[in-house]
Design a protein around this ligand. Structure first.
Ligand SMILES: Nc1nc2c(c(=O)[nH]1)N[C@@H](CNc1ccc(C(=O)N[C@@H](CCC(=O)N[C@@H](CCC(=O)N[C@@H](CCC(=O)O)C(=O)O)C(=O)O)C(=O)O)cc1)CN2
Ligand code: MET
Ligand SMILES: [Zn+2]
Length: 771
């Protein structure tokens, strides 16, 4: 049990495969095009290849340095399956032995004809989404799935001693929500003492399977929680003392990625766990007194950034490590977070600018950085990594001096901003001008922007990129798609139309490709949820807009119809949140540069005759700091950057924004502060509960609570939409309300989309007639 922890490790490794093998394998299984055995075969190869690869990169085969962090869909779902946490509506998914198998697992994640899947929500301050377990007073915890154990055994058969990972009990319960059947006020956290014995059993099984270390993930401890601090501290102490006291168990590592543990560090550190991981990139260096509480517990110092792609400042990391080794007896080196947030390897991006490439470290390069830094804690001779440190410092110096990183004209423009650049005329004045300009009915109907991204559209883009289509051919294919989408909306009777975004590979990458200061990858895929991936762009320099970006598409769409077509832009905060952003200046400064580029786009759209412009900010909530003390500053700069992007619009131009989550209680003031004329939000899944928030807040401007859950192929019936709209009308004055789906339609197919949208428009017309 007291196996020494290896000097170098990572907290998790990408599981989608170097070329999205996992996506292709699971999607083919879902489509019925391959068997469970074929899926298992592919994923087994993915797991074993990554162990071999990580061992070769320097983690070694037999030291538990390699995390077994594979997941078929999501790590929180894996934990829920392990402990049999299944909502009542899915009770029949257990097989006769009380186990949850492959199809049960995917049904929980994706739902089926009659049942809503588990809710999906953001994982801390990242663009990864996890599935929310549902727990009630009667939820029976059982060991119902053994994939984690099996992965340990599978690795051992091939000669690898890996470190299994699972969400820790405190975080698991804090991330869960009360099951539908739970009485009002029930908190899943109250089930901690029922759940802990299952963790003990599970640890015993892991030990039996040959695991020497286990990783229990407790990132919820770095975020301020609704549970009072004292109660949380008490629970953490009780839980980990109990687990540490288990008779047969692997050594226990607790990880705390995404921020600072704060006052929980000395508490967790003295429970008897064997190792504690700290995120020293997002969280600062803890006070020496807190570190002293670690005693014999190994400190796993997360000094290499797992959430961004810049090469590490090895000199700074070395200083941090030497401070730590001065007050802690055992220190190992690690990434700050799982590497699931970064692509596999810079080697897969040969097209990137040569100089830029030298600044970057993706997952594999980060493994090498961790291994290098571990020479500072493994009794290697002094000076062993001096050359590597010097090289890293030289890269940083070169980066700072590179043309384009600092551009005086961009700086000057940001520097000369005045408060009036952030302010439009008061809403009542705008509202009157817009009413005259747009002549919309009450309860106007619209969509959020994208229409289904069909295989034809994607294939056209792929052929264009390969050079098999000319720019003219590609443009005319996209224009055909736009005219189909416009005709469909005319036919269905929408009031404000969209062009459907077919020309966009992704709502952020598309803008990054058209702005200076960014680069994009060809293979830099990162999992967003399930089989869905994105290629975050790289924002490395000062940002500007060389040419208009969206205008020709919007103009084309507007030429096809008398109805207003919404211009469609992605807001500055979301562009930052879904890119890898330079780490050499405050985010607020970078956000204002992006905002100015968008501001110019807004004014070009207006000049081209576009009267409604939507600036999406679905990630506004995502970047909200996990600690309350840091939130006001964030909300100030993020809201300001949105206003900077939009405040140049004339009063008659209607500015929309879109945020796709419903629990916006925490940021409702910020949403108000955006000063958009119309805000669309997610509401269908919570059956319009958000209107209560809106009512309480006297939200005075236009609002479109979603009436169609686009996350599911299910078609909402017309009566169902009527009910939702009627509920909204009871709480928010009808003249403020819009009728729209929850979010864009890009992941949906045309069959269900067309029917759903028809029901949506007809429902709006029916409620209108009753007013
Ligand atoms: N960045 C970002 N984050 C977001 C969202 C978002 O829209 N963007 N939405 C929220 C939910 N997250 C999502 C994340 C990804 C996707 C998504 O649909 N991703 C697509 C990829 C989108 C893309 O980049 N498409 C490219 C490349 C498509 C592709 O895979 N092409 C094929 C070739 C196809 C062919 O030859 O026919 C290939 O490269 O193999 C394009 O259209 O050009 C996927 O995983 O399948 C949806 C939602 C929150 N976070
Ligand atoms: C994730 S928010 C999506 C907004 C975008 N305009 C779309 O409809 O796809
Ligand atoms: Zn959305």
């Amino acid at each position: 049990m007291s196996t020494a922890f290896p000097a170098a490790t990572i907290i998790g490794y990408p599981r989608i495969g170097p070329h999205r093998e996992l996506k292709r394998a699971v999607e083919s299984y879902w489509a019925g095009e391959s068997t469970a055995a074929q899926l298992e075969d592919t994923t087994r190869r993915l797991r074993l290849n990554s162990y071999g690869h990580l061992a070769a990169l320097g983690l070694g085969e037999s030291t538990s340095a390699i995390p077994a962090s594979f997941s078929l869909y999501d790590q929180v779902l894996d934990t829920a399956a392990t402990f049999g946490v299944v909502p009542d509506r899915f009770r029949d998914l257990y097989d006769d032995d009380g186990r949850l198998g492959l199809d049960a697992y995917f049904t929980l994640a994706r739902g089926d004809a009659g049942r809503q899947p588990l809710e999906m929500t953001k994982w801390f301050d990242t663009n990864y989404h996890y599935l929310v377990p549902e727990i009630g007073p009667g939820t029976r915890f059982t060991l119902a799935n053994n994939w984690i154990l099996r992965n340990v055994e599978e690795a051992a058969e091939q000669g690898f001693t890996v470190r299994p990972t699972i969400i820790g009990p405190v975080t698991f319960l804090l991330l869960s929500k009360a099951a539908d059947e739970a009485p009002a006020g029930f908190d899943p956290f109250s089930r901690l003492d029922d759940l802990l014995p299952l963790y003990v059993q599970f640890l015993e099984q892991l030990a039996e399977a040959g695991a020497q270390w286990v990783q229990l993930e407790e990132p919820a401890l770095v975020a301020d929680q609704a549970v009072p601090t004292a109660e949380l501290a008490d629970a953490v102490e009780r839980a980990y003392r109990l687990l540490a006291a288990a008779k047969e168990r692997p050594a226990v590592l607790v990880t705390t990625q995404y921020g600072s543990l704060g006052g929980l560090l000395p508490i967790l550190g003295s429970t008897g766990i064997d190792a504690l991981h700290l995120d020293l990139v997002k969280g600062g260096l803890p006070p020496a007194a807190d570190l002293a509480a670690l005693g014999d517990t190994t400190l796993i110092a997360g000094v290499v950034d797992g959430h961004n792609i810049w090469k590490a400042d090895l000199a700074r990391a070395a200083t941090t490590l030497s401070t730590l080794t001065a007050s802690v007896s055992r220190v190992s080196v690690a990434t700050s977070t799982s590497l699931q947030h970064v692509p596999h390897s810079v080697e897969d991006e040969p097209q990137l600018n040569r100089e830029l490439r030298t600044w970057l470290a993706f997952a594999d390069q980060k493994v090498e950085e961790v291994v290098t830094l571990s020479r500072l804690v493994d009794h290697s001779p002094a000076g062993t990594i001096d050359a590597a440190i010097a090289e890293a410092s030289a890269v940083l110096a070169a980066r700072a001096a590179t043309e384009g990183v600092i551009r005086s004209e961009v700086r000057a423009r940001v520097g000369s901003l005045t408060p009036s650049d952030f302010t439009r005329v008061p809403y009542p004045e705008r509202s009157a001008a817009q009413e005259t300009a747009l002549q919309l009915p009450v309860l106007p109907t619209t969509t959020i922007g994208s229409f289904p991204q069909t295989a034809e559209v994607r294939s056209a883009r792929a052929r264009f990129l390969r050079g098999d289509l000319t720019a003219e051919q590609y443009t005319s294919l996209m224009q055909e798609e736009i005219s189909r989408v416009v005709a469909l909306q005319e036919d269905l009777g929408f009031d404000v139309l969209v062009h459907g975004e077919p020309e966009r590979n992704d709502m952020v990458q598309y803008f990054a490709e058209n702005l200076d200061g960014f680069d994009v990858t060809v293979n830099g895929w990162v999992q967003s949820y399930g089989s869905r991936c994105t290629r975050p762009s790289i924002l490395w320099g000062d940002v500007s807009r060389p040419d208009a970006i969206t205008v020709r598409w919007a103009e084309y769409a507007q030429s096809l119809t008398e109805k207003p077509v919404k211009g469609m832009l992605t807001g500055p905060v979301t562009i930052l949140a879904w890119s890898f952003v330079r780490d050499d200046q405050p985010l607020g400064e970078t956000a204002n540069q992006v905002a100015l580029a968008l501001r110019d786009e807004v004014s070009d759209l207006e000049r081209a005759g576009i009267r409604v412009i939507q600036v999406d900010e679905p990630a506004l909530r995502e970047l909200l700091p996990l600690r309350k003390s840091l939130q006001p500053d964030y909300l100030t700069w993020s809201v300001a950057s949105f206003r900077l992007a939009t405040a140049g619009a004339t009063p008659a131009t209607q500015i929309h924004t879109h945020l796709c989550y419903s629990e916006f209680g925490a940021i409702i003031d910020a949403i108000d502060g955006l000063d958009a004329d119309v805000t669309s939000i997610e509401a269908a899944r919570s059956r319009m509960e958000v209107v209560h928030d809106l009512q309480g807040q006297q939200f005075a401007r236009g609002v479109g609570p979603g009436v169609y859950d686009i996350h599911s192929p299910r078609i909402p019936g017309e009566d169902e939409v009527v009910e939702l709209v009627e509920k909204a009308v009871r709480h928010v004055p009808a003249r403020q309300l819009w009728v729209n789906p929850d979010c864009g339609l890009k992941t949906r197919g045309y069959t269900e989309t067309t029917e759903s949208l028809r029901n949506l428009v007809n429902a709006a017309i029916r409620v209108r007639a009753q007013l």
